[in-house]
Design a protein around this ligand. Structure first.
Ligand code: GLN
Length: 304
């Protein structure tokens, strides 16, 4: 498969496409990003890397990080984690409050904000130095020690994060948060504010295409059993109330973030990251989805 040629074709199409999407502005620091950026990178299981456009420019990975935090919590707690967060698609926006009351403070899945806050609470319980240890784990996956938090983005979200404050206080009241809400939110905002470029993001997620092992190594960083399950959750819940549409159009497990990034994996084959900051109404990158749809359609390489 000539992946470079495919990426070049997709890049050309996306650059000339007109989009109505809008950059996320509820985190003021993210509103400053040039909406016309577009980058894409694909890495195969043998670590051959293909990229195009602004693929070396870092952006805020935002909700994409929820997949990595889930891995750590799942490895430590095993199936006990599912007593505190379910694995059902929510059919609601990422920051929705409504389901929580019906579900007695147990979020529908780990990728909506409520679920990710529970997972973050678990990380505070199990990691000795949560911020440092989390970053260390991410750097191990990426094989890149330059990955870091962007403190300005974290601060900017903290200042305006009234919905997340509401979610966590409600779950605290119902007994599903162990630590102080302020401490959990601080770690959550920092994790969301990790920056990566498309190449780093594709490399980080290669572990999900490689049964939990780092590429070209036998080192199992996440158990193969967890990887199978986390890929399933990406497939069913990775795009909130657009998860069905993403599965229909793209046909890969994946995860989006309001920074405009999307990462998707083809188990045992490749991992691909795309970045275009303009979001559709569901909070997912509009051109990012089209680019991935073209990739799997033109290559014939989806899980279906
Ligand atoms: N940090 C963002 C929030 O909590 C993440 C949301 C997202 O990327 N969908 O709202």
């Amino acid at each position: 498969m000539d992946f470079q040629n495919l990426l070049n074709i997709i890049y050309k199409d996306c650059k000339s496409a007109s989009t109505e999407g809008k950059v996320a502005n509820y985190i003021p620091e993210l509103a400053k990003i040039n909406p016309n950026k577009f980058g894409m990178a694909l890495i195969t299981k043998d670590e051959s890397l293909y990229s195009v456009g602004d693929s070396a420019e870092a952006f805020s990975i935002q909700s994409i990080v929820k997949v990595i935090s889930l891995c750590i919590a799942k490895e430590y707690l095993g199936k006990d984690l599912w007593k505190r967060v379910s694995v059902e698609p929510s059919g609601t926006p990422f920051n929705s409050l409504t389901e929580l009351e019906r579900e007695n403070g147990i979020p529908r899945n780990p990728f909506i904000n409520a679920g990710a806050l529970v997972v973050t609470d678990v990380l505070i319980d199990i990691l000795e130095h949560p911020k440092q240890d989390f970053l260390k784990f991410v750097r191990r996956l990426t094989k890149d020690n330059s990955i870091n938090y962007n403190a300005e983005v974290a601060k900017s979200e903290q200042k305006h994060g009234y919905r997340n404050t509401a979610l966590i206080n409600y779950m605290k009241a119902l007994g599903n948060i162990n630590n102080s809400p302020v401490e959990v939110l601080d770690l959550y905002y920092h994790m969301c504010a990790i920056e990566m470029n498309c190449e780093q993001l594709a490399k980080t997620f290669l572990v999900f295409a490689n049964q939990g092992r780092l590429a070209n190594s036998d080192e199992e960083v996440i158990s193969a059993k967890s990887v199978k399950r986390i890929n399933a959750i990406m497939q069913t819940c990775g795009f909130y109330d657009e998860a069905g549409e993403f599965a229909y159009k793209v046909g890969l497990p994946g995860k989006s973030g309001v920074g405009g990034g999307i990462v998707a994996v083809h188990p045992n084959a490749y991992s691909v990251a795309v970045w275009s900051p303009k979001l559709n109404q569901k909070g997912n990158s509009q051109l990012g989805i089209s680019a991935l749809e073209s990739l799997t359609t033109l290559s014939g390489l989806s899980v279906f």
